[in-house]
Design a protein around this ligand. Structure first.
Ligand code: SF4
Length: 74
């Protein structure tokens, strides 16, 4: 799976960094989300999905590998 961010939508609520601090941080000036790393373990994948669920602005999108392969094929 892969995390995609639509940073234009981010309102700096910080739920992502609170939920998955090893994956997300916030820009010091703008407060907008910064992606630190793509999830590499099942625990990080769960945390990424939780962060996406908790983000109030829909900034975080979790793309599953099979979905990416399907969209690449079309
Ligand atoms: S939870 Fe969503 S709106 Fe808040 S900082 Fe993270 S990406 Fe931005």
């Amino acid at each position: 799976m892969k995390i995609e961010l639509d940073v234009e939508r981010c309102i700096g609520a910080g739920m992502c960094a609170l939920t998955a601090s090893d994956l997300f941080d916030q820009d010091e000036d703008e407060g907008t989300v910064v992606l630190l790393a793509q999830p590499a373990t099942p625990a990080q994948e769960r945390a990424a999905r939780q962060a996406a669920d908790r983000c109030p602005s829909g900034t975080i999108r979790v793309v599953d590998d099979h979905a990416r392969q399907e969209s690449a094929a079309t």
